[in-house]
Design a protein around this ligand. Structure first.
Ligand code: NAD
Ligand code: IPM
Ligand code: MN
Length: 341
């Protein structure tokens, strides 16, 4: 029996995770869930603790993690998000953030030209370095002389392994995205690691874009991308753009992985969406597709393919939530998918 830790989290997190769990139950794969529903903003606001060590150990000793969303407008500082999500990513060394964006139905594309619509790309976001390490500080905080420093950190170890992962999963091409025309040292390191990986994978095409041009192409010619590999913050931003051109943030899934250890944390790309929380209109597709990535990585390939097909069919039939033009509530959209399994 595989134990999956579940962290529903905040806002629409619990709403969409409920649908993902019901859908996994329907597939009868013998998964057992360990639900940590006390890991949320209420607990953080009451106790000041984001994720206690005991819960961290429960996560670490499980097979994989399914997470809804972490974030609440009542929490002013980044300490809470850092304490849960970034702690799990960093301390479990989940260095790959694998974010596929595939158009589910032509109707969902915001792009005018038919030829630009069939998006099917994967953003590989470096997940344990960059601007997210917490390295930095403030000099003269609170004064008019304050100097705030957040270090954009890249190591050879971290850069080489993420670029190598991108080539290892690319179907036809890797596009490496950086800002080496302005960011000297990290840019140089990414360029070196990318060229070396490209040389090791002569069967895969390879190209490079600066991040500003990549953002532009993501909305003018997104079908041109297969795999994009980039640093933590550019990957955060480009994966939201990719989700938008692939049908909407509510449909986007992600896997935070350590491929060598075979461990993953699976979560929709979206956040806790405080503007729609409690209204029962959150789209569960991103969470259900994330559960699909999880079972695929556990080796249940047929079930994962059946799940993707059921989602495509429900979306094609218009049996969706309002963000995709449908009129179903969150549970109804989940049921429409389960009815096709
Ligand atoms: P968000 O993704 O929560 O919402 C952005 C917009 O997309 C909102 O208008 C929202 O209503 C809409 N949206 C998002 N998910 C949707 C869904 N499933 N169905 C329909 N519409 C959906 O981003 P935000 O507003 O910038 O962030 C809100 C909070 O979530 C913040 O605290 C942020 O830090 C946090 N956050 C957490 C994660 C995570 O846990 N992985 C990711 C992103 C943001
Ligand atoms: C995401 C989120 C997080 C990130 C936030 C909540 C820290 O936006 O998972 O994309 O920036 O990684
Ligand atoms: Mn993000």
């Amino acid at each position: 029996m595989s134990v999956i830790t579940v962290i529903p989290g905040d806002g629409i997190g619990p709403e969409v995770i409920e649908q993902a769990m019901l859908t996994l139950d329907r597939l009868q794969l013998g998964l057992e869930f360990d639900v940590l529903d006390h890991v949320n903003a209420d607990t953080f606001l009451r106790t000041g603790v984001a994720l206690c060590d005991e819960d961290f150990e429960r996560v670490r000793s499980s097979r994989s993690v399914l997470l809804g969303a972490i974030g609440d407008p009542r929490v002013g500082s980044p300490a809470y998000g850092r304490g849960v999500l970034l702690r799990l990513r960093f301390e479990l060394d989940l260095y790959v953030n694998h974010r596929p964006a595939k158009l589910l139905h032509d109707r969902l594309s915001p792009l005018r030209a038919d030829s630009a619509r069939a998006v099917d790309c994967i953003v590989i976001r470096e997940n344990t370095e960059g601007l997210y390490t917490g390295a930095g500080g403030s000099v003269h905080p609170g004064s008019e002389h304050e100097i705030a420093l957040d270090v954009d950190l890249s190591t050879y170890h971290g850069t080489a392994r993420i670029v190598e992962y991108a080539f290892s999963i690319a179907r036809r091409e890797v596009c490496m995205v950086d800002k080496a025309n302005a960011v000297e040292f990290g840019g140089g390191l990414w360029q070196r690691c990318w060229r070396a990986a490209a040389a090791r994978h002569p069967d895969k095409a390879s190209r490079h874009l600066y991040v500003d041009a990549a953002a532009m192409q993501m909305v003018t010619d997104p079908t041109g991308f297969d795999v994009i590999v980039t640093n933590n913050s550019y990957g955060d931003i480009l994966s939201d753009i990719a989700s938008a051109v692939a049908g909407g943030i509510g449909t986007a899934a992600s896997a935070n992985l350590n491929p060598e250890r075979g461990f993953g944390l699976y979560e929709p790309v979206h956040g806790s969406a405080p503007d729609i929380a409690g209204k029962d209109i959150a789209n569960p597709v991103g969470a259900i597709l994330s559960a699909g990535l999880l079972i695929g990585d556990l080796g249940h390939h047929e079930a994962a393919a059946a799940l993707r097909a059921a989602i495509s069919q429900a979306v094609a039939a218009g049996e969706t939530t309002p963000d995709l033009g449908g009129s179903l509530d969150t549970r109804g959209a989940g049921e429409a998918i389960r009815a096709r399994l």
